[in-house]
Design a protein around this ligand. Structure first.
Ligand code: HEC
Ligand SMILES: [Cu+2]
Length: 337
């Protein structure tokens, strides 16, 4: 009884948590619109094949079953040329139709889009870096994109093989060290899309998530303008000092690409909807817990814990980090996909 109650309360807890809507068929962008177009065709032919095969089986079983009073072997049938030609040609036609439709979709999703915005995506154990070379901006773990504008992602890795996957927007692409793979799509529907690392990459592979924030074009432009003119605000002077002493060796707060990268960019930490590569909501409590002991949230994370910092220093640090943001944009209200 106790066990049942415990299982039920765990289940309730899971329900109360945010439900991840990982919709592969959600046509949130051009790539998934192609995929969503293919799905009904594949289902239609699968269902047709099932009906014909199951129907033929049922027919044969009924028609040729042993009847009362029947003795010995029934008459034997050895082949039927016309039938054999038919059941070869029809499946062949189905394969060709599916091949044609798939080839069309593949060509469509891989076609270069003129005027696409470039973003360099780099995978690290266990987080993602997003650099906009044309804009001179950088953000980590949350890729901000304007709705209706085509993008070209140049994906790579700095350590092991990862894989970039946003089910609501596009297919997967491997992130391979020393190699660039391209992924192109046009995000259409504004939203907060869940992203995943889809290649086993170490102890916290399952916690190597991220978000893609698709925002209306005007909001994106406003963000870019403010981000270009960004000087990291100092919401708490003591917090800034603690940061300089303990964190600045690994983290930058300028929103730009530093020459050597160790940890995620924290320039727009206050604008983030999530923390630590999309694993928890961006709240002061979660931020504090992360700084104290990152590996409690993410085993194997390559950031040391800071249990030695006093409560006062930690709170000041959190106020400083949450203050690192550009004003006038709100990403937390975006619907989640
Ligand atoms: C030795 C380098 C190093 C130091 C020092 C360091 N970090 Fe980190 N930090 C990292 C790495 C690496 C990650 C990414 C971990 C992961 O997600 O797997 C990270 C992640 C984070 C994140 C989550 C980032 C995100 O995009 O959500 C925050 C917040 C953070 N660090 C804050 C701090 C603060 C505050 C300090 C100082 C008290 C600090 N870090 C010190 C390397 C470091
Ligand atoms: Cu990974």
């Amino acid at each position: 009884m106790k066990r049942v109650l415990m299982a039920l309360s765990l289940w309730g807890l899971a329900l109360a948590q945010e439900v991840h809507r990982v919709a592969i068929t959600h046509p949130g962008g051009s790539y998934n619109q192609e995929v969503a177009f293919l799905f009904p065709w594949v289902y239609f032919f699968s269902f047709l094949v099932f009906l014909v095969v199951a129907g033929a089986l049922a027919y044969v079983v009924l028609k040729f079953r042993a009847k009362p009073g029947q003795e010995g072997e029934p008459p034997q049938i050895h082949g039927n040329d016309r039938l054999e030609v038919i059941w070869t040609l029809i499946p062949l036609a189905i394969v060709f139709i599916l091949f044609g439709l798939t080839a069309k979709a593949l060509i469509q999703v891989n076609r270069p889009i003129p005027g696409a915005m470039k973003v360099e995506v780099t995978g690290y154990q266990f987080w993602w870096d997003f650099h906009y070379p044309e804009l001179g901006l950088r953000n980590s773990n949350e890729l901000i994109l304007p709705a209706g504008v085509p993008v070209e992602l140049e994906i790579t890795s700095k350590d092991v093989i990862h894989s970039f996957w946003v089910p609501g927007l596009s297919g997967k692409r491997d992130a391979i060290p020393g190699q660039k793979t391209l992924l192109r799509f046009t995000p259409k529907e504004p939203g907060n899309y869940y992203g995943f690392c889809a290649e086993l990459c170490g102890a916290s592979h399952s916690r190597m998530l991220f978000r893609v924030l698709v925002v209306p074009k005007e909001e994106f432009d406003r963000f870019v303008e403010a981000a270009k003119a960004y000087t990291p605000p100092v919401a708490d002077a003591q917090g800034q000092q603690v940061f300089q002493q303990n964190c600045a060796a690994c983290h930058a707060v300028q929103g730009k690409m530093p020459p050597a990268v160790i940890g995620p960019e924290l320039g727009f930490a206050g604008n983030r909807t999530s923390l630590a590569a999309g694993i928890v909501e961006n709240t002061p409590e979660n931020l504090k817990a992360w700084i104290k002991d990152p590996t409690a949230l993410k085993p194997g994370a390559k950031m040391p814990g800071f249990p030695q910092l006093s409560e006062g220093d930690l709170d000041a640090l959190v106020r400083y980090l949450e203050g690192l943001k550009v004003e006038g944009v709100d990403f937390k209200a975006l619907p989640k996909f």
